[in-house]
Design a protein around this ligand. Sequence first.
Ligand SMILES: *[C@@H]1O[C@H](CO)[C@@H](O)[C@H](O)[C@H]1NC(C)=O
Ligand SMILES: *[C@@H]1O[C@H](CO)[C@@H](O)[C@H](O)[C@H]1NC(C)=O
Ligand SMILES: *[C@@H]1O[C@H](CO)[C@@H](O)[C@H](O)[C@H]1NC(C)=O
Ligand SMILES: *[C@@H]1O[C@H](CO)[C@@H](O)[C@H](O)[C@H]1NC(C)=O
Length: 443
Amino acid sequence: MFQLRNLGALFAVLGLHAVTGHLIDDFGAIRDDKALETALLNSDAIKQAFVAASDTTNSDNIVEISEGSTYHIFSSDIQDIHDVTFQIDGTLIVHDTLEDWPEENGLFVFNFEDSTGLTLTGSGTVDGQGYKWWWATLLNTRAHNFRPNLFEFANVEDCIISGFTTKNSPRFNFHLVDMLNLEVFDLTILTDLKKQEEMLRDHGKWDLGLNIPMFPFNTDGIDPAGKNIYIHDVYIENWDDAVAVKPSSTKYNRVCTEDVLIENVKVKYGVGISMGSVSANQYHNCINNVTVRNVEFEDPMKAVYIKTNSGGEEGTDSAIISNIHYENLTIKNPVWYAIYIGPQQMKEPDGAGNGCMLYPIGGDEGCPVNPLVPIYNVTLKDITISGGVTPPVVRCNETAPCTGFEFDNVQYTSWASRAEGWICENAFGTEKHLQPKPCLEQE
Ligand SMILES: *[C@@H]1O[C@H](CO)[C@@H](O)[C@H](O)[C@H]1NC(C)=O
Ligand SMILES: *[C@@H]1O[C@H](CO)[C@@H](O)[C@H](O)[C@H]1NC(C)=O
Ligand SMILES: *[C@@H]1O[C@H](CO)[C@@H](O)[C@H](O)[C@H]1NC(C)=O
Ligand SMILES: *[C@@H]1O[C@H](CO)[C@@H](O)[C@H](O)[C@H]1NC(C)=O
């Protein structure tokens, strides 16, 4: 008698194997029903489809969300998958009855781990339905981190993410750790900015004078860490880091986040294409060799943003940020810092981090630079900034000064910044064609 699992092989022998992918309906998924039981069932069906598609005895290796279909989903934990394409042409909607989710850190909608040859693509949408999560975070009825990231990846090799749209993620859209050979392109990442603004205004967390949010929703766009990472042709709208390159250390297979290229990106609002934040740790936290080029920022909170965290034990903990190149950026109407290299600005709601948000208005007593996270070889080239009221900031520690910096053709012509000049501390290198004023000391 044939076992069920041998049917695929039988069909293959008979030439009857499906030419389309594994529809998740074949694993029990139900369309257009938002009941919790259905969302759980659907997320389990997705997982089962992945396991089937990863089985090399099967002839097709596609998990398919077909065009025009809609499924409510919960959380899928998917591990040890090889050479599978997740074809997202329909709509996936994340279950948003908060009480159904456990109250713990590290929640996710999708978790892909210890896998190789993973492609996520399609023309569909993953809707995170973040509103209730944002409210809960703002009102402090859920701990800040007890929200799911939409896509969580760890230790994935040869990975492509492209085509589809994510919107209103409860927390990060893509948190991609310990990656090797990652390409992300043609993605659209949307956040309901109006709704977030309304919420913040209602709760006095919107600075009326500066017209900026004073509370991070942590709806980051793409946060990658690992080696050989290429992110290009993406559009990102949010009130947090558009892309945040995260450090790696010997804790992971990829001991440093390095060889990263980010190009042809458009960002609306956003808190920068950032490096960090980087803390010193016992594993030597590291970001090296990152190029960011051909980017348009519209009304950003920040654009160029390299951020260090405070803390760490001298002699035990260390870190490095090196060889970071920002080139050909157009920054229009920055609402806060267009260029900020120094201690992390956001004070997280859990109280961690420095109180650097209003630096230098509040003085720098609350905002020291961490000497355990030195920054070397930063290039800023062909950067045009129009509008904006705050000066560019480059702050390094006197015991671990920044060296090897190269600034070439950075034009910041707004009146206020011209009056103020740059704020530069302990930064060395060469510069030319710099407006409004010089910044670097000669080495
Ligand atoms: C830096 O990364 C790029 C990929 O973005 C790579 O082509 C280049 O070889 C790397 N440079 C060094 C010195 O490793
Ligand atoms: C600079 O970036 C813009 C996109 O923001 C692009 O259209 C242009 O071709 C780039 N210039 C160069 C010299 O690469
Ligand atoms: C440099 O680091 C030392 C030790 O942490 C600290 O006391 C000092 O304030 C830092 N300097 C700046 C400019 O923040
Ligand atoms: C900075 O750049 C110089 C010149 O290219 C290089 O010799 C040095 O190793 C770089 N520093 C780091 C920390 O990568």
